[in-house]
Design a protein around this ligand. Structure first.
Ligand code: MOS
Length: 730
């Protein structure tokens, strides 16, 4: 029975957020609270040769200036091991304030703690640091020729080949071989990273905006050398994250260190500049996409290679070529990701890491092939739509891409389109339309959940998952309400606290499916318990679950899925890994979609405006019509930013980010975003819990490709270098 699943249920946290009742990490009012500010290195690599804190210490209200000379010792960042996934959480491998070495331009070299944030900030500016420079490689463009092939590991494949694509390309009657470039990006969540840290009796309480509170807890336990049970991480409200709050970055660690060193509760809220300097962003990329086809438009060769960066102190590969293994049924395919290592801050996951920029290059190339062949771009995609995964013939768990394009074409009015570039003009505006495919893999992680049903007709769901604004808690409340036959208002969902049963990280668009699987199982256990109780209770036959409890004289019953004991955790991980492997052998699982847009380009200035958008998505069953559409819309807004505005500028001489502020790093504002129409097929994926596929990331993919294709249609110009700023169109 479903009453709430699929409905546009209001957010359970909506009132708290709109009335100011929701408390974010920098809003916890401890008595005696002190405030911290960071001092950032101004060289890419070097050693601190002189450090003068006298002026900083003289600022009224300053409590302490921590540097590598007086900071408490920290254990080094752990080595990554598959036996402990929390070892993946290190933002960087640097042991902050435990070394005089600088590894990136912006690394924190001191923390000022003061009675007020203003005093801390003022004093931070007065810390004098001199450096001996060490040789540094910071210029991605210059380093690109030295890229090395990415090795495959358990999580990610570096490359793969089917057939002989280079020979097939050379022999193809129609062939393209193109190069694309994309710049670094930063997440720019509305809430800058913030931590409030409080030590009492050797135990740490940490309020920290996080996408994985258990990783944060376990990481800090390793760094401070204390049992993880002595750390509690609370993260009930997070003001956006997009991947930027997945790893543990220096601010979190240094807030805890400052609180320990001063014996005061400490709040460290990063400035916007501080976020750029100490939290990784998306890698820049260069990409080669080559495609060969016969005259009928059947692809005979498809090659996609990429170069991206990692920091020498951390970060990892981004799966730029991943979608190219799944989208087109080419006879021969090669994908290969390559890496350079630079003396810059680690890159990190950012909404659809890999696919968001990979689909730009792939989908622009497919459009270009369509024009070369004189075939409609949607028709070309249909001719190359695979029945099974093109690389290895595996089955798709769910693949409705063709349906997305068909529905989208109908609603967008694609059929009437004149494909001729520069054929439509409206006054000074050149008008164009474009399409692209969206694609993002679908994942699921282990989760522990307890559900308690009370005789008063309420239910309590407990799971340490994360709410960064997506509507995750609302979705779980709907699922529990349906499973227990309760009004959704009667369900309370607790999340964002490491004291709760261990939840999944919010990443990979996997959180809702991961929690739902455990929640559904827990509700089934609970209703079995209730029915067993009913059989023993006179007059309880046919009663509602709360009524059964009342008749049986029970206040509540509880069911639990998963275990947080050491053994339970190990068994859970093994079971999870086993299912993951068997799933992977059988299926390719993903969300996909079709992006349609209209752009207008000023014929004189080259200004690009996006004027229409329709996205049609195959995301399995939708749990909440409102929050899912909102998630999908948000990805498109972020994609518009990627296509037209966003670009982190790094000084190639010094490795310093030059536009570390929202006044110089441009994100789309309301005036830049048209009404975005969202459709989803709402067709359940039978291999996923409740048939749902995650909606967090798929909708940013394909956006930049669709815009680049529309810009070509409007102007006749192919821009293969993001962002598509007006100078490139003049
Ligand atoms: Mo994400 S980049 O899975 O928050």
């Amino acid at each position: 029975m479903t009453t709430y699943v699929g409905e546009a249920v209001d957010r359970v946290d909506g009132t708290a957020k709109t009335t100011g009742g929701a408390r974010f990490s920098a809003e916890y009012p401890y008595p005696d609270l002190a405030h911290a500010a960071l001092v950032h290195a101004t060289v890419a690599r070097g050693r601190i040769t002189r450090l003068d804190t006298t002026a900083a210490e003289a600022v009224p209200g300053v409590i302490a200036v921590l540097t590598h000379r007086n900071a408490p010792p920290l254990k080094p960042a752990p080595r990554v091991t598959p036996l402990n996934l929390a070892t993946l959480a290190s933002g960087t491998s640097v042991n902050y304030l435990n070394t005089d070495e600088v590894h990136w331009n912006g690394q924190p070299v001191a923390v000022v703690v003061a009675e007020s944030p203003e005093a801390a900030q003022e004093a931070a500016h007065l810390v004098e640091v001199a450096y001996a420079h060490l040789p540094a490689t910071v210029d991605f463009a210059a380093a690109e020729p030295d890229a090395k092939p990415q090795k495959s590991n358990l999580i990610m494949s570096g490359g793969a080949v089917k057939g002989d694509p280079e020979a097939a390309l050379a022999a193809a009657p129609v062939a393209l071989d193109l190069r694309y470039t994309t710049p670094p990006h930063h997440h720019n969540a509305i809430e800058p990273h913030a931590t409030t840290a409080h030590w009492a009796d050797g135990r740490l309480t940490l309020h920290d905006g996080a996408q994985n509170i258990y990783w944060t807890r376990d990481h800090l336990a390793m760094r401070f050398g204390i049992p993880k049970d002595d750390i509690r991480v609370l993260s009930p409200f997070v003001g956006g994250a997009f991947g930027g709050k997945t790893m543990v970055w220096p601010g979190t660690i240094l807030a805890a260190m400052a609180a320990k060193a001063t014996g005061r509760p400490v709040r460290l809220m990063l400035t916007r500049e501080g976020v750029y300097r100490t939290v990784g962003g998306r890698t820049p990329s260069t990409q080669r996409v080559a495609v060969g086809a016969d005259e009928s438009g059947r692809m005979t060769a498809l090659i996609h290679t990429s170069v991206t960066l990692t920091g020498r102190v951390g970060g990892g590969p981004e799966q730029v070529t991943s979608q190219t293994r799944h989208l087109y049924d080419a006879a021969a395919i090669r994908v290969q990701q390559n890496l350079v290592e630079l003396d810059v801050l680690s890159n990190t996951v950012m909404r659809a890491p890999g696919e968001s920029i990979g689909t730009f290059a792939l989908e622009a190339t497919v459009d270009e092939l369509a024009y070369r062949l004189g075939v409609d771009p949607i028709e070309l995609r249909a001719r190359n739509e695979p029945a099974r995964n093109p690389m290895d013939g595996k089955a798709f768990a769910h693949r409705k891409l063709r349906e997305c394009f068909e529905q989208g074409a109908k609603e967008f009015g694609w059929a009437g389109r004149n494909p001729e570039p520069r054929s439509t003009r409206d006054g000074r505006w050149l008008v164009g339309t474009g399409v692209a495919a969206a694609y993002h893999p679908s994942w699921q992680f282990p989760a522990n959940v307890t559900v308690r049903l009370s005789a008063d007709g309420t239910a309590l769901v407990r799971c340490g998952f994360h709410e960064m604004g997506m509507g995750g808690a609302t979705a779980q409340a709907q699922i529990a309400a349906d499973a227990l036959g309760l009004p959704v208002e009667a369900v309370t969902v607790e999340y964002g606290d490491t004291r709760l049963p261990t939840g999944p990280g919010a990443g990979g668009s996997a959180q809702t499916a991961s929690v739902a699987a455990a929640l559904v199982a827990a509700c089934e256990k609970l209703t079995r318990l209730a029915r067993a109780l009913a059989r023993r209770t006179p007059g309880a036959a046919g009663a509602s679950y709360p009524e059964i409890l009342r008749l049986a004289g029970r206040d509540s019953i509880e069911a639990r899925v998963g275990s947080d004991t050491r053994l339970g955790t190990a068994v859970g991980q093994l079971r999870f890994a086993g299912k993951l492997m068997s799933d992977r052998r059988r299926w390719v699982k993903a969300a996909c979609g079709a992006q349609f847009c209209e752009v207008r380009v000023d014929a004189d200035t080259g200004e690009v405006r996006v004027t229409r958008w329709l996205g049609v998505f195959d995301v399995g069953r939708v749990i909440n019509a409102k929050t899912a559409a909102s998630q999908l819309r948000g990805g498109i807004v972020m994609g518009i930013g990627m296509a037209l505005a966003e670009e982190t500028l790094v000084d190639p001489r010094t490795g310093r980010i030059m536009n570390a502020s929202l006044s110089e790093y441009h994100v789309p504002v309301h005036a830049d975003v048209p009404a975005i129409e969202i459709r989803y097929l709402d067709d359940p994926d039978p291999t996923m819990p409740l048939g749902l596929i995650g909606v967090g990331e798929v909708s940013i993919t394909g956006v930049a490709g669709a815009i680049a294709n529309a810009v070509f249609h409007a102007t006749g110009r192919r821009i293969r270098d993001l962002p598509i700023t007006l100078d490139k169109l003049l």
